[in-house]
Design a protein around this ligand. Structure first.
Ligand code: PRP
Ligand code: URA
Length: 208
């Protein structure tokens, strides 16, 4: 599946503020959350609704409703938790799991340290959250761990993605649909996304 990029002037505007090195922690967090909400909106385009009857103040009508219980959000710690607020505003009753991993600074290989996800993953649509898709190593590890737990339908939401990481995930897991706010240019020698926004975790939590 080809990665879906949000192409919208409002997203470009919000990304411009997010990327700016002068943007402070508070505004950075708010923007990550807001952009995540837009990504979730896009990712729900193919949602199958259940037909139900409701009554407006005027009359009865048949309409579609989402079974929110069928969804699970899985942020990759730490930076992925910055996206949680936004997506939960859109699907408040979704279940939430956590995958803890960090990229080793020298090898760039992800190191796993935590895994706790909702039961019955095979019955849910599983939506991974991570603002940065760089080499794709963390994404691939997360997808493999979720598939091993039974996940069948997986989507991956990232704010900024590098072409190298997208290609790697698409090759390893062609069934996983990637959504991103922007596909950037390339990775530098430290495997940071260029132009990117720097270290998402540090900017969300103010740790540097
Ligand atoms: C960042 C980011 C991704 C990963 C992407 O996390 O949030 O999880 O790097 O890189 P990759 O595609 O090359 O694997 P980081 O390891 O910095 O951990 P943190 O969220 O705790 O800061
Ligand atoms: N992780 C980040 O936070 N930023 C990058 O550019 C790459 C990986």
């Amino acid at each position: 599946m080809k990665a879906i990029e949000l192409k919208h002037p409002l997203i470009e505007h919000k990304l411009a503020i997010l990327r700016d090195k002068h943007t402070g922690t508070k505004e950075f967090r708010e923007l990550v959350s807001e952009i995540a909400m837009f990504l979730c909106y896009e990712a729900m385009k193919d949602a199958v609704l259940e037909q139900t009857e409701i009554e407006t103040p005027i009359c009865k009508m048949q309409t579609g409703k989402l079974d929110e219980d069928k969804y699970a959000f899985i942020p990759i710690l730490r930076a992925g938790t910055g996206m949680l607020d936004g997506v939960i505003r859109v699907i408040p009753n979704a279940k939430i799991g956590h995958i803890g991993m960090y990229r080793d600074e020298k090898t760039f290989i992800p190191v796993n340290y935590y895994f706790k996800v909702p039961k019955d993953l095979e019955k849910r649509e599983v939506i991974i959250l991570d603002p940065m898709l760089a080499t794709g190593g963390s994404g691939i590890d997360a997808i493999e761990a979720l598939k091993a737990k039974g996940a069948k339908k997986i989507k991956f939401l990232s704010i900024i993605a590098a072409p190298e990481g997208i290609e790697k995930i698409e090759k390893a897991h062609p069934d996983v649909q990637i959504y991103c706010a922007h596909i950037d240019d390339h990775l530098n020698e430290n495997k940071y996304i260029v132009p990117g926004l720097g270290d998402a975790g540090d900017r969300i939590f103010g740790t540097k």
